[in-house]
Design a protein around this ligand. Structure first.
Ligand code: PRT
Length: 293
């Protein structure tokens, strides 16, 4: 019987959320001693726990069928291997958000990346940086570093850096300012762009439907409220991302009904206040655990 192999980061920023997503999709694994290969128990999907930048390489080499990795790394490896059409991004996963930015020392009065033409830039993402700079018509001398990129300007080994930024704390701590965002990234699910056997494709479709369900449920909220019959249309229109709410009679009252709906978008205090102002009462907002369309 066919089995799928999915690679995720062993330990790092994306590991916990990747594993959590798979567990919420109903996958359970028996952990092997070396902890690099976990066997899928009830569903034929096994897990490989590897270094982040090995994931797209393993996908391209056919070692695994699916991989969860940052878009920045997938793009970097595809450029490095000149294989930009060989990985397919199946889903953006909504975590691991960051951006690849050019940053320069605060002390330099540079306002535009075009002023960096011909200068030195340090980065851990040489292929991506070269590619994105070239799109802007900028050529720089790229110095590849595997870490601590942010200290290159103060060491005098680079005039600028291209590094991932999430909160901006690292840049500030190193007296660097962001000049330009080159690329926005988040964790995504990838596969190799090639035809699978019928069995494997079926398995992959099943897994993708489950992952979709988890991602959709994460965004959704189940809202229950009481509303005067006369205000139901107005109140239903205030529920974010709802087309057809269920309207049910309430025992012992003629004027009030119960309205239940799955809101496909975030439900914020402003929404609740607007619902209350329109006549709603007893408003409850609950998380949705699983969804299958
Ligand atoms: O250890 P391993 O070989 O598996 O990989 P790794 O060292 O590349 O892993 P890790 O865990 O650091 O990053 C994994 C992925 O998380 C990256 O490829 C990105 O897709 C994503 N990600 C999201 C980030 C960040 N946010 C991030 N802030 N990756 C790195 N950073 C670093 C950045 O390089 C800089 O040093 O964090 C620092 C900046 O953070 P702020 O918050 O100070 O701006």
């Amino acid at each position: 019987m066919s089995r799928l192999r999915i690679a995720i980061q062993k330990s790092g920023r994306l590991s916990d959320k990747s594993l959590d997503l798979l567990k919420r999709s109903g996958l359970e694994f028996s952990r092997s001693k070396d902890k690099l290969f976990w066997y899928g128990k009830d569903f034929p999907v096994d897990l490989l726990l590897v270094r982040n930048d090995d994931i797209p390489r393993m996908l391209l080499d056919g070692v695994c069928d699916l991989g969860i990795v940052g878009e920045n790394i997938a793009y970097e490896v595809m450029l490095e291997r000149e294989a930009t059409s060989e990985l397919e991004c199946l889903k953006l996963l909504g975590f691991g958000q960051c951006h690849l930015s050019i940053a320069v020392p605060e002390s330099l009065s540079i306002e535009n990346s075009s002023e960096l033409q011909g200068k030195r830039i340090a980065t851990s993402y040489p292929a991506l940086t070269r590619h994105l700079l070239a799109r802007k018509g900028i050529t720089m001398q790229i110095s590849e570093l595997s870490g601590s990129v942010e200290i290159a300007p103060s060491l005098g080994t680079a005039d600028a850096i291209a590094d991932l930024v999430s909160t901006g704390t690292t840049l500030r701590a190193n007296h660097l300012v962001e000049l330009e965002v080159l690329y926005q990234s988040q964790a995504a699910l990838y596969r190799r762009s090639e035809k699978l056997s019928v069995d494997k494709q079926l398995l992959m479709d099943q897994l993708l439907a489950r992952i979709d369900g988890v991602l959709q449920a994460r965004k959704s909220k189940y809202v229950m409220l009481h509303a005067p019959r006369s205000a139901v249309t107005k109140i239903a229109a205030l529920l974010p991302g709802v087309e057809n709410p269920s309207i049910m009679p309430l025992e012992g009252t003629q004027n009030l009904v119960a309205v239940h709906a799955v809101c496909a978008e975030g439900v914020f205090w402003e929404h609740l206040e607007a619902l209350k102002a329109a006549g709603a009462s007893a408003i409850l907002v609950l998380p949705v655990e699983k969804m299958l369309a």
